[in-house]
Design a protein around this ligand. Structure first.
Ligand SMILES: NC(=O)c1ccc[n+]([C@@H]2O[C@H](COP(=O)([O-])OP(=O)(O)OC[C@H]3O[C@@H](n4cnc5c(N)ncnc54)[C@H](O)[C@@H]3O)[C@@H](O)[C@H]2O)c1
Length: 366
């Protein structure tokens, strides 16, 4: 057993970046280091065919640099397909900062990170993600224009999370329509895993519609707060065993994996987290075989990018809402396409996104 572990570690060292499992022809990977502020960040630029690579910055206390790199690679790739399927003229990028956002995030560190973003001359445009908020982006804005998700008072479109949650809600309703014959979530049991910026806003939509909501989080204070505010039930057991109709992953990625997939009782998976399928081929297929409808994450969590894209294109709230509501139609279309073509919903969405990128690439070559 130990030999296997060592071999895997050695393998990582011989192909540290281009040989990573998550590497998918990324155009550029930038490692950023600053001794004075303690900044250690990785910016992944996956694809810029449709436009500049836009994607948020995540600050997380990764177990290892490998985990951070793989997150940057996976998340930036996801952004490429998210923008492509949403019809935005944006490429895919994402940044990760290694560290604890609660204790290690300082204005100096954020400014230094902004300088690294600026050094890429607009090829990568940042925004907030887990561990970041609009105030952090406002600090980044002091040193670079290549940032979105800044405060409304500073001319930005504000916190994208409520719009992301609205898009997830739309995608969830479409998946419910497909699976249960009605998109009315009144009386449906929904487990929301991760009740942060997006999860809480999703809980609000769900309770307004009359869904029976269960919440799960690693932060007990958040659980108490959200439970008291919306009158929802804290789920104390392992969330994958929950007897619910809908499972909404809104924490981190890869929660649908070999450990969990056979335990999921829900008939619909629809949530905000990026990269929910640990392996998009095998786990997508397993969900399909188990009759569980999976609303592709990068499709239904696009509300946030629609919101920040408004800052670049100059469209207003009404257009943001219209574009986000359209996630309902796109989701339903993709679910039907997947069935008609006997492919997974994830692949159906990926195919359409890839087609748009390929078409643009051909146009660009003309
Ligand atoms: N914020 C956006 O607009 C946006 C847009 C698209 C996708 N997403 C994705 O949605 C997810 C949530 O984003 P957010 O902005 O709400 O982040 P957040 O940091 O505000 O919230 C994440 C929550 O998940 C909880 N959590 C972490 N690990 C957990 C675990 N193992 N089990 C249960 N709970 C856990 C945290 O305690 C926190 O409450 C992320 O995957 C993010 O990439 C967010």
């Amino acid at each position: 057993m130990q030999v296997d572990v060592l071999a895997a570690e050695d393998l990582k060292k011989t192909a540290p970046v281009f040989g990573q499992l998550s590497f998918d022809n990324h155009e550029q990977v930038v490692f950023c280091n600053d001794k004075d502020t303690g900044l250690k960040a990785i910016i992944g630029i996956h694809n810029t065919v449709l436009g500049p690579a836009l994607g948020g910055t995540r600050m997380w206390n990764y177990n290892s640099e490998w985990d951070a790199l793989n997150d940057a690679l996976r998340l930036s790739r996801g952004m490429t397909f998210k923008s492509a399927i949403t019809g935005l003229n944006l490429g895919g990028g994402k940044a990760v900062i290694i560290g604890d956002a609660k204790t290690q995030k300082t204005p100096e560190l954020m400014r230094k990170f902004g300088e690294f973003v600026h050094s890429l001359s607009g090829k990568y445009i940042t925004a907030e993600d887990v561990g970041m908020d609009t105030e952090d982006m406002d600090i980044v804005r002091e040193v670079t224009p290549y940032v979105t998700g800044i405060s409304e008072s500073k001319g930005g479109a504000g916190n994208p999370s409520p719009i992301t949650a609205y898009g997830v809600f739309m995608g969830m309703k479409a998946a419910a329509k497909y699976k249960f014959g009605s998109d009315d979530l009144d009386g449906k049991k929904v487990l929301v895993q991760g009740i942060g910026h997006v999860g809480e806003a999703l809980v609000e939509h769900l309770t307004n519609e009359g869904a029976i909501v269960y919440i799960s989080d690693i932060n007990p204070t958040r659980l108490e707060e959200v439970s008291a505010k919306y009158g929802v039930t804290i789920y104390t057991e392992d969330p994958y065993d929950a007897e619910v109709d809908i499972y909404a992953p809104c924490a981190l990625g890869a929660t649908i994996n070999n450990e969990t997939i056979h335990r999921i009782k829900a008939k619909v998976v629809a949530g905000a987290a990026n990269n929910q399928l640990q392996n998009e081929n095998t786990h997508g297929l397993l969900l399909q075989e188990r009759g569980i409808v999976y609303a592709p994450d990068f499709l239904i969590n696009a509300g946030g990018i629609i919101n920040v894209y408004a800052e670049l294109e100059g469209y207003g709230k009404q257009e943001i809402i219209r574009k986000t509501e359209n996630i309902y139609n796109t989701t339903l279309e993709i679910l039907k396409t997947a069935e008609a073509q006997s492919i997974t919903t994830h692949h159906a969405a990926l195919k359409i996104a890839q087609q748009r990128i390929d078409d643009r690439k051909r146009e660009n070559l003309k």
